[in-house]
Design a protein around this ligand. Structure first.
Ligand code: PEP
Ligand code: MN
Length: 350
């Protein structure tokens, strides 16, 4: 930790140095022209009380030298992580497209959509069985029945599937069915849920909270990883700003930022990011060019009849057109978009 002194008086500096040493750290003084800085060196685990020294009158600021996300950060893990998700891997040379409806509405609906997205070249099926709705009176999802329909659609098409888990107690059940656990934007800081997902043996797809900074999002990934689950995929799905033309403001700059700060793969969700189906394709293409490792796109056979998020859902034929354009961009960027790469590429992290 670095302690920046507000005072240059010898007695004030000595006082803080004694405090630092009393907490079990070595104090190194750096006396600059305008400021005196104390570098506190030592193992912080179990005694992270240095931050409180900021309460002292003669201390201006206390901040860490290293990032707090030790496992999710690039500082201690320089190689890109490739997450192994059954028949496909996420990260590295592999580009993934997760596609499907916002909600699983019926057996027929998910089977029809799964076949359509598979035909168009999607690599992973998506669909919500537990839905986090703003209103308790809106459709809440088919729950376990929805998981069964997803499993059937996944087996019929050979596509692994991702679905949202909303509460810690749902993790064991959802893990029995799903290949990847999605943690939604509204639950990004549900620490109990993050820890439960961290104890599961499934990769965790962590959506960015709609009012969360990148630092907070990476700290949430750290919660999952600290429980022993290294397979985390970050997902940018738009944040709240003053703009009202789009449902959210899709922060595509999160791609290079996450790539710089972390070794984890990052996927862009232009459906929730914009909320408008006509904006989905341009933002999806922008995400590929920005270096994202994949896309999550909502597709519905009849968007006008969807139980949720119809306005941002693509019809299967539009999704198929988009896939053609995406494939070209993916290949131009030296990556591949294949349905089943198998374990050959998947250098799993678990
Ligand atoms: C979803 O994927 O359907 C969803 C609810 O997403 P988010 O958590 O990003 O709103
Ligand atoms: Mn949705």
């Amino acid at each position: 930790m670095v302690i920046v002194m507000a005072s240059r008086k010898r007695e004030d500096i000595d006082y803080v140095v004694k405090k630092v040493e009393a907490l079990g750290y070595k104090a190194h003084l750096i006396e600059g022209v305008e400021r005196t800085v104390i570098a506190a060196v030592g193992d912080e685990r179990g005694k992270s009380r240095l931050q409180s020294l900021e309460a002292l009158e003669h201390v201006e600021r206390v901040f860490p030298i290293l990032k707090s996300y030790k496992l999710a950060g690039r500082e201690s893990h320089t190689e890109d992580t490739v997450v192994d998700a059954g028949p496909c891997s996420i990260g590295g040379k592999q580009f993934v497209v997760m596609a499907g409806p916002c909600s699983v509405e019926s057996r027929e609906q998910i089977l029809e959509t799964a076949h359509a997205v598979k035909e168009a070249g999607a690599t992973i099926l998506r669909g919500g069985a537990y839905k986090p709705r703003t209103s308790p009176y809106s459709f809440q999802g088919l729950k376990e029945e929805g998981l069964k329909f997803l499993k059937e659609a996944s087996e019929a098409t050979g596509l692994p599937f991702i679905t949202e888990v909303m509460a810690p107690e749902q993790v064991p059940l959802v893990s029995q069915y799903a290949d990847i656990l999605q943690i939604g934007a509204r639950n990004m800081q549900n620490y109990g849920l993050l820890m439960a997902a961290g104890k599961s043996n499934r990769p965790v797809f962590l959506k960015r909270g709609m009012m969360s900074t990148i630092n907070e999002w990476l700290m949430s990934a750290e919660y999952v990883m600290a429980e022993g689950n290294a397979s985390v995929i970050m997902c940018e799905r738009g944040i709240r700003t003053f703009e009202t033309e789009t449902r959210n403001t899709l922060d595509i700059s999160a791609v290079p930022v996450i790539k710089k700060l972390s070794h984890l793969p990052i996927v862009i969700d232009p459906s929730h990011g914009t909320g408008v189906w006509t904006y989905v394709a341009p933002m999806a293409k922008a995400a590929v060019v920005a270096g994202a490792d994949g896309l999550m796109i909502e597709v519905h056979p009849r968007p006008a009849e969807a139980f949720s998020d119809g306005a941002q859902s693509l019809k299967p034929e539009r999704f198929a057109e988009l896939m053609k354009e995406i494939r070209e961009l993916v290949e131009l960027s030296g990556r591949t978009l294949k349905a089943d790469t198998g374990a050959a590429i998947g250098a799993g992290t678990k």
